[in-house]
Write a protein that binds this ligand. Sequence first.
Ligand code: GTP
Ligand code: MG
Length: 212
Amino acid sequence: MNIKSVEFIQSAVEKEQYPNDLLPEIVLSGRSNVGKSSIINAVCNQKNLAKTSGTPGKTQLINHFEVMSSNSKGPWDKWYIVDLPGYGFAKVSQSSRRRWEQMIENYLRKRPNLNRVFVLIDSRHEPQKIDLEFIEQMVKWEIPYTLIFTKSDKEKPGAVARNVQSMFDILRERLPFLPQGFVTSAEKKLGVEEVIACIDQYNRLYAEDQQS
Ligand code: GTP
Ligand code: MG
């Protein structure tokens, strides 16, 4: 898949503000600071399309970017890539945190044109309770999701491999099916081609589904 152009469309909080043309949406979710906005920039091959920051809580709204892409099998394709605020951001009040979580939940559960959610996990850490809970919610809500392990350049390869393995070991015990997963570094552009190929496949499946 070749990405021809990407354009920031708008920021939203509530349903009424989401774009209403219902193009298929690829969504990035995960803890605050896990690297969602950075992966969007790496996938779109742009430096500052989605705003990133060393301080957690940078993305506070639901941001839609419209992508135009092509692949060998078809003509130009239009879809959205969506940057969500992170969950589990500790440095805000309980009520703000709840409001953010509600915003994320409303979006994920009520968006009819959701194609696939990437759940991002920091590859430097052993499986975290908050991520496991989020994944279990995705399964409960029957939302199709795929894992992306981020920041693999920041830890030794052996430790990354162990953390990824532990995550799948725990999920195997808790879930009926294991998700697909990619190990990436937005910084070093590792695993990004694989994520792009995966998005291409999801877009194709979505289009086939619409036709049948
Ligand atoms: P919020 O919007 O606050 O929820 O964060 P986010 O998940 O969008 O994370 P963001 O992309 O803003 O990245 C957070 C910090 O991690 C930034 O300082 C990034 O430069 C850094 N970062 C993201 N991905 C990578 C990576 O692959 N490698 C390294 N070394 N740093 C990364
Ligand atoms: Mg962000």
